[in-house]
Design a protein around this ligand. Structure first.
Ligand code: NOJ
Length: 756
C-alpha cells in the first residue's frame, strides 16, 4: 500500500475515533492529540502477521530464560509477559524488545498485584468493609508505586465480580455482593493504580476482571457455569464493569465461566455488543489464564484453531498463556476463517494502551538494586486500611474496648501467630514483614502478661502447619488453652480460616468454623472469663452458636502485613470500629445464596420465622430465612441514633432531584465514624424490583454528643432498570427509601416518581 493510502487510512481512523468520542460525548483523550492512532496505523502497516499475532499473545515467564526464549522475544513473538520473574529479568526482556526486535515494540509486563505489593494490604473484601473509596484509592496508589518500582506495568486487578455465595472462595478477592459498593470500590482502585495518568512511570495499568458473571458460579464452585438473565446481568453484574470503563480502566479480563451456555472468553454479546458498541471501550481485553484453549473443554470449540477463531471473533484481544493465537492465527487467516480486520483491531487496542502508558516513549523500566522493603508510610496506610475494615458484630456489656483494668490476656488460636495467613490469598508481600496479633499484643502489654496457647494440634500423621491445625478435629490442645485462659483477665480467641481456604479454587461446601474451633470455644467458656472472638477469614463464615458464647465478636478478615497492630488498635479503642459488612452473613449454609436486594416473592416470609403458624410462605422449616448479619451491618463502641428524616419533596420529577436527609447523632462516649446508607425500593413496576437497593453512602465522623445532618440527593435516572425488553427505563410510581445504618433497618420515606 502506497503512502497516500496509508495517510488516507490514518485520517479515516482519526476521524472515526473523533466521531466516536463526539458521539459518546466524552472528551477526546490526550492520546488523540498526540496522534497515537496515526502511530498505530504506521506500525500496523509495517507489521507481519506473525508480529501482529505476537502482540496478541501473553507468555508466562519460564523458570529459566533460555536463549531460545530471548530469541522469541527478539522476533516479536510476544506482546506481553506474565511475569513472576525478577525485576532484572523483566528489564532484560524489555530491553531486548525495545532495542533488538524489528519494530521495537515494547512488552507490557503484567502480574497479579491484588492487595498490596511489598506491603500486604487487607484482602479486597476487607477493603470493601471500610466503605471508604478515598482510602482505597490511597492504598492502590501506594501499591502502584511499589509494584512499578519492581518493573511491573500492569496488574490483574481489581476483581469486581459481584459475589453472593460465600462458598465461592474468590469472594475474598472482590468487594462483595452489591453493584454500587463494588463500582465505587473498583473505580477507586483503578484511579489509585492509574493516576495521575497512565503515562506516569509509577502508574500501573489496571485490569477489571473477570468479565463477566464469574461470581455467580453455580453452587459456589469455582469456574462453574453461570445462569444470569439479561436484566440481572445488566442491572447487577455488568454495572461495576461499566463504571470501570467510564473511569478509564486500561484493560479487562474475560472470565473462565460460561454465561447462559456461552463462555465469557468467546462471548460476542458481552465483549462486542455491550463492551465495544454500547460502552465504547477502547482499551484491550486479555483472556483469563488459558481460557481461550479451555473453550474446547467448555464444548464450544473443536480444537485450538477453532478456539482461537471464536475468541478473536468475539473480541478477546490478547490470549493469556495458552498459544492458540500464535499457533493457528496465520492459518486461519490464510483459510479466510478469520478477517484481518479483527486482528488489526485487536492489535490496535493493545498498542493504544502501550502508547498511552508511555512504553514507546522511554518509560523508565525500573530495576531496583536491592529487595524492596515496606516503608513506614505504606505500612501506616496498610494499618489504617486494616483497622477501618474491622466489623464489630457483637459487643455485650461493652466487652470491648479492653480497659486499663485488663492486665493480662490469654491469646488462643494459631491464627494469632501466623505471619503468612494474615496476608490472605494472592499475597505478594513477604510474610517475614508481617506483624502478627500475638507480637503486637506482647509489645503493647509486655510478654509476661500475654499467655499464648494455640489450642489446636494437627490430626495424627498430618504435617504441623496452621492450615492443618485449623482443619483438625482434635481436642488435644484444649487443656493447654483452658489453662492459659484461667490465668488471664480476658481471653482473646482467634478463630477463622487459614489463607489457603479462600481464594481461587478454594471453595468450601461447609463454611462453618472449620475443625474443632467451635468446640474449643465451648471449652474456654469453662474458664468463666470474658471471651472475645476475633475472626480472621476470607469469606463470611457461619458461627451462630459460637457467637452466643462470646462476649464480643470482631470480624477482622485477613488484614495484611499490619494486621496485628491494627487489631491491637481496635481491641484497646485507639481506633473505634466503623466497618460495615459488604456481604450478607448467612445463619446456615442452606440459606445460600442469600443477599439483601432480593425480590419479595408472592409469599414473602413472615418475620416470626419457622415457628410461625403461617405455613405457606417463602421460608424454611428448619432455619429462619433471615441472615445472621445483614449487608451493611456493623456496630461501634459508640452508639448512633437516626432521627428527623425529611425530604425536599414527596415527588421526584424526571429531570429533577429530591434530597433526603436525616440527623445522625453520636449518642455514645467515643468519637467515632458511621457509614450512613441510602436505599430505595419501587413498590410496583412492570418487572418486580428488589426489596431494597443501595443507591449511595457516606462515611461521617462524629464527636460524642455531636449531630450531623446527612443529605442524599436522588436523581430519577438512579431508579432505572432493564425492563423485559431489555430497555433501560425509569417507571413512574410509588417508592420507599431509607436512610439507614444497614440494609435491614433505618428511617423510612415514601415518595413518588412522576410521569415524564
Ligand atoms: C487466573 C485468575 O482467574 C485470574 O484472576 C488471574 O489474574 C490469572 N489467573 C493470572 O494469574
Amino acid at each position: 500500500m502506497g503512502l497516500a493510502s496509508t495517510g488516507a487510512k490514518t485520517a479515516m481512523s482519526i476521524l472515526t475515533a473523533f466521531t466516536f468520542f463526539a458521539l459518546a460525548s466524552i472528551p477526546a483523550p490526550i492520546s488523540l492529540m498526540n496522534n497515537i492512532e496515526g502511530r498505530i496505523d504506521t506500525l500496523l502497516h509495517q507489521m507481519s502477521i506473525e508480529e501482529k499475532l505476537g502482540q496478541m499473545s501473553q507468555v508466562a515467564l519460564p523458570d529459566q530464560v533460555t536463549p531460545e526464549f530471548k530469541d522469541a522475544v527478539r522476533k516479536g513473538k510476544y506482546g506481553s509477559v506474565y511475569g513472576w520473574g525478577s525485576p532484572k529479568v523483566r528489564a532484560e526482556l524489555q530491553k531486548l524488545s525495545i532495542e533488538e526486535s524489528r519494530l521495537k515494540i515494547p512488552l507490557i509486563i503484567g502480574q497479579d498485584v491484588i492487595h498490596g505489593y511489598t506491603t500486604g494490604f487487607p484482602i479486597p473484601l476487607a477493603q470493601a468493609a471500610t466503605w471508604d473509596p478515598a482510602l482505597i484509592k490511597e492504598g492502590a496508589r501506594a501499591t502502584a508505586k511499589e509494584a512499578t518500582q519492581d518493573g511491573i506495568h500492569w496488574t490483574f486487578s481489581p476483581m469486581i465480580d459481584i459475589a453472593r455465595d460465600p462458598r465461592w472462595g474468590r469472594i475474598a478477592e472482590g468487594y462483595g455482593e452489591d453493584p454500587i459498593l463494588t463500582s465505587k470500590m473498583g473505580v477507586a482502585t483503578i484511579e489509585g493504580y492509574q493516576s495521575p495518568s497512565l503515562a506516569a512511570p509509577d502508574s500501573l495499568a489496571a485490569c477489571a476482571k473477570h468479565y463477566v458473571g464469574y461470581g455467580a458460579a453455580e453452587a459456589g464452585r469455582d469456574y462453574n457455569s453461570t445462569w444470569i438473565p439479561e436484566g440481572l446481568l445488566r442491572d447487577v453484574y455488568l454495572k461495576p464493569f461499566e463504571a470501570a470503563t467510564k473511569a478509564g480502566v486500561a484493560t479487562l479480563m474475560s472470565a473462565f465461566n460460561a454465561i447462559n451456555g456461552v463462555p465469557a472468553s468467546a462471548n460476542p454479546f458481552t465483549l462486542r455488543q455491550v463492551l465495544r458498541n454500547e460502552w465504547r471501550f477502547d482499551g484491550f481485553v486479555v483472556s483469563d489464564y488459558m481460557s481461550v484453549h479451555e473453550l474446547i473443554a467448555h464444548g464450544v470449540a473443536v480444537d485450538g484453531a477453532d478456539a482461537a477463531r471464536k475468541a478473536i471473533d468475539a473480541g478477546v484481544d490478547m490470549e493469556m498463556v495458552s498459544d492458540d493465537y500464535l499457533k493457528h492465527g496465520a492459518q486461519l487467516l490464510a483459510e479466510k476463517k478469520l478477517d484481518i480486520r479483527m486482528i488489526d483491531e485487536a492489535v490496535r487496542c493493545i498498542l493504544r494502551i502501550k502508547f498511552r502508558m508511555g512504553l514507546f516513549d522511554g518509560r523508565h523500566q525500573s530495576v531496583p538494586d536491592h529487595d524492596l522493603l515496606p516503608t513506614e508510610e505504606v505500612k501506616s496506610i496498610g494499618r489504617k486500611l486494616a483497622g477501618d475494615s474491622h466489623v464489630l458484630l457483637k459487643n455485650d456489656d461493652n466487652a470491648l474496648p479492653l480497659t486499663s483494668s485488663v492486665k493480662t490476656v490469654a491469646v488462643i488460636g494459631s491464627l494469632a501467630n501466623s505471619p503468612s495467613d494474615q496476608l490472605g490469598t494472592w499475597a505478594n508481600a513477604d510474610a517475614k514483614h508481617s506483624i502478627t496479633p500475638l507480637a503486637s499484643l506482647e509489645s503493647r502489654m509486655g510478654k509476661e502478661n500475654v499467655f499464648y496457647a494455640s489450642g489446636q494440634v494437627p490430626e495424627e500423621g498430618q504435617k504441623d502447619n496452621v492450615e492443618n491445625r485449623i482443619l483438625s478435629k482434635s481436642h488435644h490442645g484444649f487443656l493447654e488453652a483452658l489453662a492459659a485462659a484461667q490465668k488471664a483477665d480476658v481471653v482473646l480467641v482467634f478463630l477463622g480460616e487459614s489463607s489457603g481456604l479462600s481464594g481461587e479454587a478454594s471453595c468450601r461446601s461447609d463454611i462453618n468454623l472449620p475443625g474443632s474451633q467451635a468446640e474449643l470455644v465451648s471449652e474456654l467458656v469453662k474458664s468463666g472469663k470474658p471471651l472475645i472472638g476475633i475472626i480472621m477469614a476470607g469469606r463470611p463464615l457461619i458461627f451462630h452458636e459460637t457467637a452466643a458464647k462470646l462476649s464480643a465478636v470482631l470480624y477482622v478478615w485477613q488484614g495484611g502485613t499490619m494486621a496485628g497492630p491494627a487489631i491491637v488498635d481496635t481491641l484497646f479503642g485507639d481506633i473505634v470500629p466503623s466497618g460495615k459488612l459488604p456481604v450478607t452473613f448467612p445463619q446456615s449454609v442452606g440459606q445460600v445464596p442469600l443477599y439483601y436486594d432480593h425480590l419479595n416473592t408472592g409469599r414473602p416470609p413472615a418475620l416470626t420465622g419457622p415457628a410461625s403458624e403461617d405455613r405457606f410462605r417463602s421460608k424454611y422449616l428448619d432455619v429462619t430465612f433471615t441472615p445472621e448479619y445483614p449487608f451493611g451491618f456493623g456496630l461501634s463502641y459508640s452508639k448512633f441514633t437516626y432521627s428527623n428524616g425529611s425530604m425536599t419533596s414527596p415527588v421526584l420529577h424526571n429531570l429533577g432531584t429530591v434530597a433526603f436527609s436525616a440527623d445522625i447523632t453520636n449518642a455514645g462516649k467515643f468519637a467515632a465514624s458511621e457509614i450512613v446508607q441510602f436505599y430505595t425500593h419501587q413498590i410496583a413496576a412492570t418487572v418486580a424490583r428488589p426489596v431494597r437497593e443501595l443507591k449511595d453512602f457516606q462515611k461521617i465522623h462524629l464527636e460524642p454528643g455531636e449531630t450531623k445532618n446527612v443529605i442524599f440527593q436522588l436523581e430519577a435516572s438512579e431508579l432505572g432498570f432493564h425492563n423485559s425488553h431489555m430497555k433501560l427505563v425509569t417507571e413512574p410510581g410509588h417508592f420507599e427509601a431509607w436512610i439507614a445504618p444497614d440494609s435491614a433497618s433505618g428511617i423510612k420515606f415514601n415518595f413518588e416518581l412522576a410521569k415524564a
